[in-house]
Structures are given as C-alpha cells and as structure tokens.
Design a protein around this ligand. Structure first.
Ligand SMILES: O=C(O)CCC(=O)C(=O)O
Ligand SMILES: [Fe+2]
Length: 280
C-alpha cells in the first residue's frame, strides 16, 4: 500500500490505514420523514414516533425479554420497583433490530460523528408501586459544561401502552437548550403517553425520567443509548458481549458496540483495528 501522507493534525484524522472506513449505510427511511423528525427534535428536544413497530413485533420482543427480568434496582435512580436488563445483547438477539432501527439511526447520523457507538441497551420494567425517577439528562455524567450539543442520545420503545398511571416517561420540553440550570417546580413536565409499539427519541442534554407506576400492571420498555465515537460508553460493551456473539452480528452492530475506530487511533487495540480481534 502507498504510504499515506501524514504531515499535520488534519491528515491524522483521515482514514490513514486505508482499511478502517466509516460504514456508509443507506437508511431505508423516507428523507422527508427524517427531516421532519430532525426539525421537531431541534425545536422541542425530543420526537415521538407513534406506532413505529407492530403489535406482533412488540409481542415477540416482550416474550424474549420477560424471562430476562429478575432483580429490581439498587437505588432511587435504578428504581426499587424497577427491573433492568443490562448486557442485553449477550442474552438475546430479539432486540438487535431495535438498536439499529433506520428511523433512529438516520437521526444519529445527523447528530454525531461517523462510527458513533451504542452506550447502553437496556430492558426497563417499571412495576406497580414505583415512584417517579428523578428527572435527569442522560449525558450529564460527561463533565462538559452546558449549553452544548448533546454527547449522547436515547430511544425508548414502549412495549406496553405508556399511560399517565403506569409510568410513561416524563419530559421537560425544550430543556435540551438549558445551560447549567436544574429543573424547578415551575417547569412544566409532560408525559410521553403513547400506544405500545411507539418510541421517543431525545438527545443527551434533554431532561426526562421514568414516571411513577400507580397502575396494577408493569410498564415495559427497551431503551438504546448512543454516544459520540470519542467518548467512553456507559456499559463496557466490548467486555460485556462475548466475541463468539459479536462475530455473528452485522457490521453495523459490531461498529456500534465498539469494533470501530475514530481515525486515527481512538478505539485501536495494539495498533490495529479492533475488528482484527474477531479473527483470533
Ligand atoms: O424508563 C423510563 O421511562 C426512562 C428511564 C431513564 O431515563 C433512564 O434510566 O435513564
Ligand atoms: Fe434517562
């Protein structure tokens, strides 16, 4: 291979190895719809996608997740009456397609640098008796002052109808634009009431939280969080998902898990692309 020209910092951020590439994937989604979602997201801080997946698919996903829910949370944030599935991709193949839903990835393509990553993929089951989770932004643990663009983003797929009573996610519209302030009692909080099969998507600067469940049934959701490719993922997914599983995933999911680099070096292992580890 011809030796690449690397004379300055700009050259360094090109694909100098010539083998890593950015995955360029045509998304199977109407560009006008993506543009409308994008405009709504910019203005309100979130976008609701009603009836994004069918009830038959909701049923399949629920059937796969139900046996994986066991322990309840260990603190107010996880919820003392809320079950969470971590390392989800090590346990089931039933939700890979939700982590890569084209309508969501089309927004992430606009939001982040190429080779952005999955940061967490969680099942969340809010049981009757749960209090409301405190309202928070999902990327607040990255110590970078606001206002700023989001460093992460999340989808939440409703696997039950989300209602005011069963813990529909609570939202503060336009809170993505806030600086360092926190919510006060004067901020209007709304609820993501939506039928099962719908989803919401928001950037990491947007204030939200799980609702209280005063109903007599659970409120199940699947949430995928993503982050810029130059940030550390919340769950160390390279360690969480065994290599034998990763080898069989499609290249897009491999990249999302962390088998990708941000040129020139972020994410490399022993000087080479992390995908090479899958050949071992
Ligand atoms: O369950 C929900 O509706 C939201 C959960 C959430 O915001 C979180 O765990 O970060
Ligand atoms: Fe959250």
């Amino acid at each position: 291979m011809k030796k690449p020209v690397v004379e300055n910092i700009d050259d360094l951020s090109t694909d100098i190895a010539g083998t890593t590439g950015f995955l360029k994937i045509e998304r199977d989604v109407d560009p006008a719809l993506v543009e409308a979602d994008w405009q709504h997201l910019q203005k309100h801080g979130f976008v609701m996608m009603k009836n994004l997946i069918s009830h038959a698919d909701v049923k399949k996903v629920k059937t796969a997740l139900e046996p994986l829910f066991d322990k309840v949370g260990r603190n107010e944030f996880e919820g003392e009456f809320t079950q969470r599935i971590y390392s989800t991709m090590a346990k089931t193949r039933a939700v890979d397609w939700l982590a890569t839903h084209p309508r969501i990835l089309a927004l992430l393509d606009k939001m982040f640098m190429p080779n952005y990553r999955l940061s967490q993929l969680l099942g969340i089951n809010i049981l009757p008796g749960e209090n409301a989770q405190f309202i928070h932004p999902d990327d607040g643990f990255y110590p970078v002052p606001r206002p700023r663009p989001p460093l992460g983003a999340a989808s939440i797929f409703a696997l039950d109808d989300f209602t005011e009573e069963n813990g529909a996610t609570r939202l503060i519209p336009k809170s993505h634009l806030w600086g360092m302030r926190k919510p006060t009692k004067d901020d209007k909080v709304s609820s993501a009431v939506m039928p099962k099969g719908s989803a919401i998507f928001y950037g990491g600067t947007f204030w939200h939280g799980g609702g209280a469940n005063i109903s007599d049934g659970p409120r199940m959701a699947l949430t995928a969080q993503y982050c810029e490719p130059w940030l550390r993922q919340q769950e160390n997914l390279m360690m969480a998902i065994p290599k034998d599983i990763v080898r069989k995933l499609d290249p897009q999911l491999q990249s999302l898990l962390g088998y990708s680099i941000l040129p020139p070096y972020i994410g490399m292992v022993n000087g080479v692309h992390p995908l090479r580890l899958l050949d071992e």
